[in-house]
Design a protein around this ligand. Structure first.
Ligand code: SF4
Length: 826
């Protein structure tokens, strides 16, 4: 690289001594600091000659902190916490305090660059914007002429949860760009399993209450989540509830910072959560703790399953189907053919809604058709996990399982908090379904103190925004844009590049545009990722830092930092606000906001008419719905107040009255198997229809793979990095300077490994070399390390080379925790 900026403005030492030390140390040892207590910070703000702007910190830590951005002489000199309308949400962390280090760091991309060395070498030279845009347009026009616009593939990450220049799950402006281009789209496929598995139970409805409701829970169960590190601004709500008498239960294989605060710790083996949940259900059913009315009228337990695995429907009993509302995708009326249940009193099968007392067991053949109830099917799975069996699988005692069942039965309301622990396994969706059932069948959802979910405050943004108008532009004549052409999963790219086909259809991909993402580091199977990058003819990456992914690009475009542009912080997990981002300073060097880059690219491609919109107009369009008006979320309010609540006032309590399933009830079985994986491969539906659990594919203790690779490797988040962001920030490197792998002391002693020794982790996939840290919080045969560092940070190899890219048969999900390795002292 021949042109990047140098650190400027502040020395690392002076910065640490100045602002960050006030709160950084506190933020590193407990839950995030409550910044409205920081008198020193507040008084210095008052006396400061700086201009103070509104900012939002919006990487994918989920925090979405509201910031003061302090500007002096056209340069950001520091950041501090800004008051939320509800002070309970006032928080900031070490990273929020060290934006200066990112903005003005040595790796900042300041100019458009073109690659002059090998891919991955980092040899680039500065070019002008005109040359960069002309080169991209020339390449893309050529590909489009020969293969169509689908030869260009857009790749989205989660590096900026803002509506204009960010990622924002299909409502961000990037989606307008994709739709205007009519290009291919590559899916990131991360964090998908729990949402997919839980939707089998719920039909996809939101069951998470607002964080301020935690105080109403008698028990809170943190299941596979270490919020002290990875979602730190939720932690104080849990601890405040605990101080108020709420029992704090943590289910996690590792004794970590969150477990250290627990009243009761359930040290489940990694990836066995589904077996634990099925066993808890087993205890509940054995004890008769699931009430009859719930089973008959709030679940689909009475539905009748034929031998082919599908439901017996009323049309098979001579009742004509009726027409329902139009299908939003096809526009055709939906067909309503209700599933049948057995009405014992009437001795006949009826539509499920026609009786409140459907039989749960022992239904005779119906019109000569052999049937089983959903209840019987569910029990056939649940009965496989009596406490003795599950305790052995999960590394627990039977008492753990009995006590957990008792809590959900007696110590409610229970709020269950789930995050990425079970999400990052190939069996994650199998686990999530019974975990959700534990809450739902005991009435622990849909009321104050009773909830289950991932703390996410995404619902109105995803459901009620006017994304149709904002993201699907028309040309000057009113003709709609072409729209996104297809969906490619990362695991399929190499095959598409080699065969020129996707799902049997011709598809030639020549170029990729990488936005808000660092996939070379974050995706499983590093060699695979660099392999498909190398097969692409032309790669463009837009980023603010020279990441490892940028080094594999042909052209790197300098994206503006979050504070160098107007934007709207849109999707957060730790508070229910939209937050306004002022443009605080001019972009460094020749950087530009991604929103503007999209417009420039479309202009060059002759598609400028689809980007005939300003930043403010885009946001006004997005918020132009009755919902946003009803809660007062308008661009005008956001510009004035800088923050607007996405729900009506009062704790938001999710409803658990009507589920999104076919019957509106809780599912313990489904006859139609949805896939979160668009692929042509065969699926064994008999596994997917009912409750099912299996050990992790690589990390499961009973897997042959573990005989060769005896250590289960967990991929952890870091307090000082948000995924791969902040990896180069000198300030936070004072605390976490390099990658380490944590090893249980007894395992380390057996291998003769001491603190700081250099070790190699390896498996069939690859290897990485880094230093060891001895940590008694890890159980035997489990090690952990962070998925945050770039290739140059490792002594050798790459952490991302260890996890396999293989997906479950129906759920496309990067399984970062389903990894087994061997260890060798170097
Ligand atoms: S990194 Fe996350 S928790 Fe820290 S300040 Fe930014 S948004 Fe808040």
């Amino acid at each position: 690289m021949t042109e990047t900026s140098k650190p400027r403005g502040f020395s690392r030492r002076s910065f640490i001594k100045g602002a960050a030390a006030l709160t950084a140390a506190g933020a590193l040892v407990g839950c995030a600091p409550k910044t409205d207590d920081k008198d020193e910070v507040d008084s210095s703000i008052a006396e400061s000659p700086d201009q103070i702007f509104s900012g939002t910190c919006r990487g994918n830590c989920g925090g979405g902190c509201f910031l003061n951005v302090h500007v002096r002489d056209g340069q950001v000199v520091r950041t501090s916490a800004r008051d939320m309308p509800d002070p309970q949400y006032n928080r900031i962390c070490t990273k929020g305090l060290t934006h200066v280090g990112r903005m003005y760091g040595a790796n900042r991309v300041m100019y458009p660059m073109k690659r002059v060395g090998e891919r991955g070498s980092g040899d680039f030279e500065r070019i002008s914007w005109d040359e960069a845009l002309d080169t991209i347009a020339e390449k893309w026009k050529g590909y489009t002429e020969q293969y169509g616009p689908t030869a260009i593939m857009f790749f989205l990450g989660s590096g900026n949860y803002a509506a204009l220049s960010g990622s924002c799950n299909s409502v961000g402006a990037y989606q307008r760009f994709v739709n205007a281009m009519g290009c291919s789209y590559c899916s990131l496929d991360v964090d998908a399993a729990v949402g997919f598995g839980s939707s089998r139970a719920t039909g996809g409805i939101d069951l998470a209450n607002e964080l301020t409701d935690r105080k109403n829970a008698k028990t809170q169960v943190i299941w596979g989540n270490n919020p002290t590190i990875s979602l730190m601004h939720t932690m104080h709500f849990f601890l405040e509830a605990k101080e108020n008498g709420t029992r704090f239960v943590v289910i996690d294989p590792v004794y970590n910072a969150t477990v250290s605060k627990a009243d009761w710790w359930v040290p489940v083996k990694g990836g066995t959560d589904g077996a634990l949940a099925l066993s808890v259900l087993n205890v509940m059913f054995e004890n008769g703790w699931i009430d009859d009315d719930t089973l008959r009228n709030k679940t689909n337990c009475g539905l009748l399953i034929k031998e082919d695995g599908t439901f017996l429907r009323m049309s098979e009993l001579g009742v004509e189907p009726t027409k329902g509302d139009p299908d939003p995708l096809t526009g055709e009326p939906t067909v309503i053919d209700p599933p049948a249940v057995w009405d014992g009193a009437a001795s006949k099968a009826v539509a499920f809604s026609e009786t409140t007392a459907p039989a749960l067991e022992g239904v005779p053949d119906v019109n000569g058709v052999k049937v089983q109830t959903v209840y019987e099917n569910a029990m056939s799975h649940i009965s496989q996990y009596p406490p003795a069996t599950a305790a052995a699988i999960c590394g627990l005692t039977e008492d753990h399982i009995h006590e957990l069942a008792r809590i959900y039965h007696e110590d409610g309301p229970v709020t269950t908090e789930i995050m990425m622990g079970m999400n990052h396994y190939r069996n994650g969706h199998y686990s999530a379904w019974p975990v959700y059932l534990v809450s739902l069948l005991t009435g622990n959802a849909g009321k104050p103190g009773a909830a289950i979910g991932q703390s996410e405050e995404y619902l109105p943004q995803m459901v009620y925004s006017n994304s149709k108008a904002a993201c699907y532009p028309t040309d000057a004549s009113g003709k709609p844009c072409p729209g996104q052409a297809n969906l490619i999963h990362t695991v399929q790219i190499q095959d598409v590049l080699e065969t020129g086909k996707l799902l049997g259809q011709d598809l030639t991909i020549k170029s990729a545009y990488i936005h808000c993402s660092n996939p070379v580091v974050t995706m499983c199977d590093h060699d695979y990722t660099t392999g498909w990058f190398d097969k692409l003819e032309f790669v463009v990456v837009a980023d603010m830092c020279m990441t490892e992914t940028c080094k594999h690009a042909d052209i790197v475009l300098p994206s503006a930092h979050w504070f160098e542009q107007v934007d709207l912080g849109f999707l957060f997990s730790s508070h229910p606000y939209l937050l306004w981002q002022d443009k605080c300073v001019e972009p460094l060097g020749e950087a530009k906001p991604d929103f503007q880059i999209f417009g420039l690219l479309l202009e060059k491609m002759g598609k400028g008419e689809f980007w005939n919109i300003t930043e403010e107009e885009y946001l006004e369009t997005l918020l132009d719905t009755e919902y946003w008006k009803s809660v007062g979320c308008t661009v005008e309010k956001l510009k004035n107040d800088k923050a607007a609540r996405i729900y009506p006032e009062g704790d938001k309590i999710a409803s658990a009255e009507v589920f999104g399933t076919e019957t509106g009830r809780i599912n313990l079985y489904q006859d139609k198997v949805k896939r979160a994986y668009v692929s042509a491969h065969e699926v064994d539906e008999s596994i997917e229809r009912g409750l099912h659990w299996e050990t992790p594919t690589f990390a499961g203790e009973d897997r042959e793979y573990r005989a060769t690779y005896p250590f289960h490797l967990l991929s952890e988040h870091m307090r000082t990095h948000t995924h791969t962001q902040w990896w180069d920030c000198e300030y936070v490197k004072e605390y976490e300077p390099e990658p380490i792998v944590r090893i249980n002391p007894d395992d380390a002693a057996e291998m003769g490994i001491a603190e700081g020794d250099v070790v190699k982790l390896f498996n069939d996939q690859g290897f990485v070399v880094m230093k060891a840290a001895i940590n008694a919080g890890l159980p035997r045969k489990m090690i952990s390390s962070a998925r945050s560092w770039q290739i140059d940070d490792f002594i050798d190899g790459h952490f991302a080379s260890l996890p396999s890219r293989e997906y479950n048969q129906v759920c496309a999900n990067q399984a970062f925790n389903d990894v087994a390795v061997a260890i060798e002292k170097m």
